[in-house]
Design a protein around this ligand. Structure first.
Ligand code: GLN
Length: 465
């Protein structure tokens, strides 16, 4: 039998995308550049000079810039905008011979948890097309779930890689803040934003992290720490696991997260089962109390809306994207362009953010939230001196119905309770699938580790699948 060539594989994915158009995962397929890249890489494969990602067909969330390609953040504001440069993550993918197949639907400016705020409409969950994909990287998750590409990049500010991965039965990794460059990634909340991966195997997550991580002259918030060989680490740990010499981990389960009334019973049971398995593997498990749970969502939304209001001030109808053509003064131009270009959720957040930063309220909200963030971080860091890994759910429920929560922002925000913890702290976290419930909807667990402890997460997730 003839070996499948990369152009053939790409063709397979093009057909898959065509067949699954109703899922609305792609904002655009890069037929031309992907086809060219596949041919080029195929030649390199034949010559034996191909990079680490040769053969990987990957989609990128539509808030990651790729030179000479459109990027919209799923907003009318950026409709038709062509990026003059590539994000560092895109440069690194291409340097290792990945094929970028297209840009994936997401919540507008990555603000949302269901992919329903997209200007291009919601993404549908491939397990049940009445259900949301999760968000904001919903297109990224569904593309991997429905086999429209091998893996995908997303961004995670407060759960946007982990939660859609959980809703779609994929592996979603949010690395440590500062592990991967944000250069060329459309900013939402800069002290939280991080590029993450959605994959169907831990191996793919490892090789991607290895390629994407590491210092970047264009982003001073990236750590200068050397990048481990995550794949080799994973292999070594799996071998040790097979021989029973795997270093046993100290694992903490955040008690309040499992006791939370909002938590779906199937998720709870699946996590309890997983904990049982980990115990059997010889790890020590302790249930610990985390008393700051109620402060997570408020602190997260005060800080991220503040940062968002500042980041989104650049969309003024002059520099980028949508411009109202009837305005007769500069102020009117700003007003009308922004009123027409932004969707409801984005406007809500700009207003909230402007409010919490305004004179007279700054101390009461923004500064307070920063102090709370510090407390949360200290508490987590203290826990992580005693434990290697921390367990919680990813989301309180499996994928919900499209339209069910979209009119109630508070319900939507509260659903981020378990994911924003790692984001406020800056630690790495991974969503790991735990099978499906009786209706066939994926269930998932979240593992968190110390800053730059991605290897621990990858190895544990791998042993556990
Ligand atoms: N749902 C969260 C929010 O709306 C997370 C979004 C994200 O991580 N980009 O802010």
């Amino acid at each position: 039998q003839k070996e499948l060539s990369l152009p053939d594989l790409l063709d397979y994915y093009f057909k898959q995308i065509e067949k699954h158009q109703h899922l609305n995962a792609f904002n655009e397929v890069f037929f031309y550049s992907a086809t060219n890249q596949a041919k080029l890489v195929q030649e390199k494969i034949a010559q034996g000079t191909a990079g680490k990602l040769a053969g990987m067909v990957i989609g990128i969330k539509d808030n990651i810039c790729y030179k000479d390609h459109q990027v919209s953040a799923s907003s009318k504001m950026l409709e038709g905008f062509v990026s003059p440069y590539s994000a560092t993550v895109v440069e690194r993918l291409i340097a290792e011979d990945a094929v970028i197949i297209g840009r994936l639907n997401c919540d507008e400016f990555a603000m949302g948890g269901s992919n329903e705020t997209s200007y291009y409409g919601p993404v549908k969950n491939a397990a049940d097309s009445e259900k949301v994909a999760g968000g904001s990287s919903g297109g990224s998750a569904v593309a991997v779930q429905a086999d429209l590409c091998l893996s995908a990049l997303g961004t995670d500010t407060g759960g946007s890689v982990r939660q859609p991965a959980a809703f779609c039965g994929c592996i979603g990794l949010k690395p440590t803040y500062g592990r991967i460059s944000r250069y060329g990634v459309i900013a939402y909340a800069s002290s939280f934003d991080q590029v993450g991966t959605i994959t169907s195997s831990v191996g793919d997550a490892s090789v991607l992290l290895e390629v994407l991580a590491g210092a970047d002259d264009y982003d001073s918030t990236v750590a200068k720490l050397p990048v481990p060989d995550y794949q080799a680490g994973l292999l070594a740990d799996s071998a040790a696991f097979g021989k029973g010499t795997f270093k046993k981990k100290k694992i903490a389960v955040l008690k309040e997260t499992l006791e939370s009334e909002a938590l779906d019973t199937d998720i709870k049971n699946a996590i309890l089962n997983a904990i049982g398995e980990l115990k059997e593997q010889g790890h020590t498990i302790e249930f610990v109390s985390f008393d700051l749970l109620d402060y997570l969502v408020p602190a997260y939304y005060v800080l991220t809306t503040a940062e968002a209001s500042s980041n989104l001030s650049r969309y003024d109808g002059v520099h980028y994207g949508h411009r109202n053509m009837e305005a007769t003064s500069l102020n009117e131009l700003y007003k009308l362009s922004r009123a027409e270009g932004f969707g409801e959720e984005v406007k809500r957040r700009i207003l909230l953010g402007t409010f919490v930063l305004s004179a007279g309220y700054y101390d009461a909200y923004y500064q307070k939230a920063q102090q709370v963030r510090r407390l949360i971080r200290e508490k987590m860091e203290e826990l992580l001196t005693r434990f290697d890994v921390i367990i919680s759910p990813v989301a309180p429920t499996p994928a919900f119905k499209i339209g069910e929560n979209i009119d109630d922002p508070l319900v939507m925000y509260m659903a981020d309770i378990f994911t924003v913890l790692a984001s406020l702290t800056g630690i790495p976290a991974i969503a790991v699938p735990l099978g499906n419930n009786y209706s066939g909807l994926p269930l998932s667990v979240q593992l968190m580790a110390r800053h730059f402890g991605e290897q621990d997460l990858l190895s544990l997730a791998h042993n556990f699948l």
